[in-house]
Design a protein around this ligand. Structure first.
Ligand code: T5A
Length: 205
């Protein structure tokens, strides 16, 4: 039994997760919580190496199953080295993307079997699931524009139809896992979005 609180942020490219994660961490720390901020793929030394392979625009020939297993391998390491111990210590773990990204991108985006992805994810994470998942809803095209203002990575380079399937996928997941999902409108200023997230959080805590 873990004592901490596990919160994930999800959404399409450029929806503002990273920005909101740091505002949320600051808010929770001011409230006296012991907060750990992390992200996927990555979050560990091994995971960061895997991340480089996954996002490298030159890895064009990567098979979708290879892609899935690399994201999942990064996650297995992340859970065993960082997430599970932090939850055991009673921390609030804020994670930028988790299993739902695999379901949205590799499941809905790539068209791989959701049931198989759920099985492999459950195995890799020892069934450690978020208590709360905040889905930042932001228009797909606008998010891509924001995200690709820097050089686009391998996934960002996918066509718009792929990213639309991912967006639809997240909305379907929000319905499927409605007990832990909260959808937050990510349009507006950073402060406005932060206020919406705080409202959700206050109700959750
Ligand atoms: N992936 C990931 C999978 O396919 N399967 C998986 O299992 C997992 C875990 C990760 C990629 O891997 C895929 C998904 C991704 O394609 P990444 O670089 O971590 O790659 O990509 P993202 O998580 O999408 O991170 P981004 O940085 O691209 O987007 P964020 O974090 O949503 O957005 P953020 O906060 O960095 O903001 C983007 C820009 O917008 C501005 C920010 O300043 C920044 O410049 N911004 C705003 N501007 C105006 N108003 C606001 N309210 C703003 N909020 C942010």
């Amino acid at each position: 039994m873990h004592r901490g609180i596990f919160i994930t942020l999800e959404g399409v490219e450029g929806c503002g997760k990273t920005t909101q994660m740091s505002l949320l961490a600051k808010y929770l720390k001011n409230k006296g919580f012991n907060v750990l901020v992390t992200r996927e793929p990555g979050g560990t030394k091994i995971g960061d190496e895997i991340r480089k392979i996954l996002l490298n625009p030159d890895s064009k020939e990567m098979d979708y199953r290879t892609e899935t297993l690399l994201y999942t391998a990064s996650r297995a390491q992340h859970v065993s080295e960082v997430i599970a111990p932090s939850l055991e210590e009673g921390k609030v773990v804020l994670c930028d993307r988790y299993i739902d990204s695999t379901l949205a991108y590799q499941g809905f985006g790539r068209g791989l079997s959701l049931n198989k992805l759920i099985d492999v994810s459950r195995w890799a994470t020892c069934d450690i699931n978020p208590h709360l998942t905040i889905l930042l809803f932001f228009p797909t095209e606008d998010g891509l524009k924001r995200a690709t203002s820097k050089e686009a990575d391998r996934i960002e380079q996918e066509d718009i139809e792929f990213h639309r399937r991912v967006q639809d996928g997240f909305l379907k997941l929000a319905r499927l896992y409605s007990e832990r999902y909260q959808i937050v409108d990510a349009a507006g200023s950073q402060e406005e979005v932060h206020e919406r997230i705080i409202k959700v959080l206050e109700e959750f805590l």
